[in-house]
Design a protein around this ligand. Structure first.
Ligand SMILES: NC(=O)c1ccc[n+]([C@@H]2O[C@H](COP(=O)([O-])OP(=O)(O)OC[C@H]3O[C@@H](n4cnc5c(N)ncnc54)[C@H](OP(=O)(O)O)[C@@H]3O)[C@@H](O)[C@H]2O)c1
Length: 332
């Protein structure tokens, strides 16, 4: 089968369009014919092995353990392992697996609660095309877990989404509206209309105005843009508000933007505000939650751009820039 491979960590020029053996599913795994695979900064971090901290999360210290990159997928079940009862060949699925920048990828039917585990699958939302469904798993689940689980969002709260136009942010704006919050999105000038169209009640253009200088205070801030100092974020929170740190860009080679998350954990013990770093996990219940509201017409994935498999390097170069307008999807 055709697949993107990498034998060492590095920028996107380590990627090759290759011919490799089709993987065989284990007993509790599903082999999926991949029709589309969503990519974003999370794939970029694993491709580059940066910050180095990422390598210690089980991805391989010297070289990537998984030769074929990619996590998110939407496709058709080709074969199932002997212990799998939930899926059968021909089922249309979405979720996460291993090495999804390929014609075929294996995914655990449900390797629950893991970060970068063997995957989790659910039936594809019936009203989405494969390329739309492939945009959902990581970014949709991250936005959901950030708002609902880490953030404890409630109806009537005022919520600020920083990075509202990106892969995670476009889901977060729609989900926060679904939870009946009053939503303010932060993005650059060219994307204000997009963020408004997703349902944001207010939009702040960060190129013209700093949200922390405004008088508004927010019950919940979801920061997906990853570079802002904790002091500025805390200034925009109510005295008992919650900050959920999703993004971790910038910083040094060792821990990168994660430094900010580590500092947040320590500081949170000494202040009245809750400062919570988020690490999203694989959970089928979350895929099913997202599927339901997508089918109800309350959530629509935003596709930044689609790429052919041979253009994966370009997609990941774009992902590094961190100016997504929704999600990048590789169509296979
Ligand atoms: N914690 C987890 O488990 C988890 C899971 C998935 C992703 N992530 C992380 O979450 C972050 C976001 O991922 P993503 O897929 O949403 O990335 P993305 O698609 O590149 O989106 C990033 C967004 O941030 C915006 N942005 C950049 N600078 C900004 C600023 N100063 N103020 C406000 N917005 C700004 C960009 O908009 P403009 O173009 O308008 O600047 C862009 O829309 C990444 O760091 C990623 O690694 C974490």
């Amino acid at each position: 089968m055709k697949a993107i491979t990498q034998d060492r960590y590095g920028s996107s020029d380590v990627l090759r369009l290759d011919e490799v053996a089709t993987p065989a599913p284990g007993a509790d795994e599903v082999l999926v014919r991949v029709h589309a695979a969503g990519v974003g900064p999370e794939v970029w971090h694993i491709m580059t092995g940066r910050p180095y901290f990422v390598r210690l999360m089980g991805f391989g210290v010297r070289a990537p353990k998984q030769r074929v990159p990619g996590r998110d997928l939407a496709g058709t079940v080709e074969a199932v392992g002997s212990a799998v009862t939930e899926f059968q060949p021909g089922d249309e699925v979405f979720g996460s697996g291993r090495g999804t920048l390929a014609e075929y990828a294996c995914a655990a039917a449900a390797d629950e609660g893991k970060v970068g585990g063997a995957g989790v699958l659910a039936p594809k939302p019936a009203n989405l095309m494969f390329e739309q469904a492939a945009a959902v798993p990581t970014s949709g689940a991250t936005a959901l877990q950030g708002l609902r689980d880490a953030g404890g969002v409630r109806g009537g709260q005022s919520v600020l989404i920083i990075g509202a136009s990106g892969g995670v942010g476009t889901f977060a704006v729609q989900l926060a509206k679904h939870f009946d919050a009053h939503v303010t999105g932060v993005c650059s000038t060219a994307k204000t209309e997009l963020v408004r169209s997703l349902g944001a009640d207010a939009v702040i253009d960060y190129t013209r105005e700093d949200f922390a200088d405004r008088p508004e205070r927010y019950d919940l801030i979801l920061d997906t843009a990853g570079r802002r100092a904790l002091s500025g974020l805390r200034r925009a929170l109510t005295p008992r508000g919650t900050l959920v740190i999703v993004g971790g860009e910038g910083g040094g080679r060792l821990t990168g933007g994660f430094e900010r998350q580590l500092r947040a954990v320590v500081l949170s013990r000494f202040v009245s505000q809750r400062l919570v770093p988020l690490t999203a996990v694989d959970r089928r219940a979350d895929l099913l939650f997202l599927k339901d509201i997508i089918e109800d017409g309350k959530l629509t994935p935003v596709i930044d751009r689609t790429f052919a498999l041979g253009e994966a390097a370009q997609a990941l170069t774009d992902a590094e820039e961190g100016h997504g307008r929704g999600k990048k999807v590789i169509v296979i």
